[in-house]
Write a protein that binds this ligand. Structure first.
Ligand code: NAD
Length: 267
């Protein structure tokens, strides 16, 4: 029995750079495997369409929508497109997030503004525009992708990213309290070190000569720092998203699931 049969899921940031596998793409595919119909939203239409093709390959139904989650008009139109195509939205997976490296001293004001603009609006705007429909339907699920970086310093100065990811935890708890009377649940997923193109891109940005990166050695070093002994995959994040969206999580709201192999227990 598929756990999400007859549910419609809107996943933001559902594409992945360079055609690889990111958290949003894996989540769209896993939700579809559990029976959900997918509205795959990304700022890059081609990336969203690639995800939809993979969903269809797995036997699912999907619509690609291009929108910038920080643009209110675009978000409203995207949600309208999803409703026009499928009639309702049951699951909102707010997955968009960006990172610019730096501590308080060296983060530029423009990078700070960009991270607060994107990471915080990425949960606020889609939620604001989907909520009226969930309320009208009498229930639904919102899952926000934060990070264990939102809990504490992890050894690299990412102050803007960590602060905005921390704020997503607070946003989620407040949201859960606000919408629980409408039968809507809101939770956050806190991934740890997940092997995605974005994560590799950040490593390259932090290295003087990216061509010299020995990925095998780096992966082994990272795995050694993780209690479960391996770096996470986007499927690990996607599986948590499936659980939180499912009725198995029907009494779970206003909380966080870390998907980090135990890292946050140790650092
Ligand atoms: N990869 C990790 O190790 C890791 C760890 C913790 C948390 N996360 C979080 O997981 C989420 C996804 O990360 P990922 O590594 O899969 O990233 P990714 O860059 O591979 O995927 C993010 C997608 O979001 C899209 N996007 C970016 N800005 C957008 C915007 N304004 N509007 C619409 N779409 C936009 C991009 O085009 C991309 O397809 C992020 O919120 C990230 O902070 C990742």
């Amino acid at each position: 029995m598929k756990r999400l049969k007859n549910r419609i899921a809107l996943v933001t940031g559902a594409g992945t750079m360079n055609g690889g596998l990111g958290n949003g793409k894996a989540t769209a595919i896993r939700l579809a495997q559990e029976g959900a119909t997918i509205c795959a939203l990304d700022i890059h239409m081609e990336a969203a369409e690639q995800t939809c093709q993979q969903v269809r390959t797995h036997g699912g139904t999907a619509l690609a929508v291009a929108a910038d989650v920080t643009n209110e008009d675009q978000m409203a139109s995207a949600i309208e497109a999803c409703l026009n195509a499928f009639g309702r939205i049951d699951i909102l997976q707010n997955n968009v997030g960006i990172l610019r490296a730096g501590g308080a001293l060296d983060t530029s004001v423009s990078d700070w503004d960009l991270m607060t603009q994107v990471n915080m609006k990425a949960v606020f705007l889609p939620t604001k525009h989907v909520l009226p429909h969930l309320i009208e339907q009498g229930g639904g699920v919102v899952t926000n992708v934060s990070s264990i970086a939102g809990l504490r310093y992890l050894g690299t100065p990412y102050i803007g990213y960590n602060a905005t990811k921390g704020s997503i935890i607070s946003f989620t708890r407040n949201l859960a309290a606000e919408v629980a009377p409408h039968g809507i649940r809101a939770n956050a997923i806190l991934p740890g070190f997940i092997d995605t193109p974005m994560a590799r891109n950040i490593t390259e940005q932090n290295t003087d000569d990216p061509d010299t990166i020995d990925w095998d050695t780096l992966d082994q070093q990272r795995a050694a720092r993780i209690p479960l002994g391996r770096v996470g995959t986007p499927w690990d994040v996607a599986n948590a998203a499936v659980f939180l969206a499912s009725d198995e999580a029907s009494y779970i709201t206003g909380t966080e699931i870390t998907v980090d192999g135990g890292v946050s227990c140790r650092v």
